[in-house]
Design a protein around this ligand. Sequence first.
Ligand code: C5P
Length: 278
Amino acid sequence: MTLEANAKINLTLEVLGTRPDGYHELRSVVMPISLADTLEVSATDDGVISSDSPYPDDLCVKAAKALARRAPAPRRGARISVVKRIPPGGGLGGGSADAAAVLRALNELWELDLPRAALCEVATEVGSDVPSLVHGGCVLMQGRGEIVRDFGEYADFPLVIVNPGVFSSTKEVFAKCTSPVHEDAGIVYNMHSALQSREIGRIAAACVNDLALAACALHPEICKVMEELRRAGVENPAMSGSGSTVFGLVQGVAQGREICALMEAKGWKAWCVHSSVR
Ligand code: C5P
């Protein structure tokens, strides 16, 4: 089975405090984007779960093993092959998107027929970003990442995403984040009405990321990307997840391509993409 695993951006990401389990309590509006990895997943009957991923902390195998534990059967195996386009360690949920695609594919190939809620439970074991990507579409993610609900369907909008090529460790960024515990439901409502308005300027202005300061302190290159995007005319560029990727909303594909060329001239990777729903 061939399937696309779309990356995500966090339009908003609030860190509300620490949890007894050592994780952080989050509230985040997560939006899928058109940048995607392509996966080839097949079921085998040799009992072996394997992936051709070059990354040591491959979430595809972790996801397949978590699903196999949920519905054990002898000799159930899987072969997974990934064409990577989403930069790893970039805050775009690349590894998590691949894992979510594996869960969806094997749920079908292994004929488990688990409902989405059960698949999201398995996803939580794999990583905090995986449940929202299994759910799909624009979602509000809460808790550690395990509480996911639909955030509505909106018109696609174009954006540029720029990756400075530094690997930002989620663990390190969270450890450095000193965001105060706060309750500001206004941030989510603001994003909701901005998305409904379809006004690029309003959506851009509603973007928030409580992890940006910590990530910029660890990787000053992220700040440079934001500065250069602003200089190129992007309003309120924002970081996705724990970085290092920065995104900026643009008026159209032509402006997006021009900005990508400017960013690539600085030695960074840049893509002109669009937000996508399901
Ligand atoms: O769940 P995941 O493996 O993606 O998380 C990576 C690291 O990010 C965790 O070990 C934790 O340090 C941090 N994290 C957190 N709070 C969250 C999600 C992740 O502190 N809600």
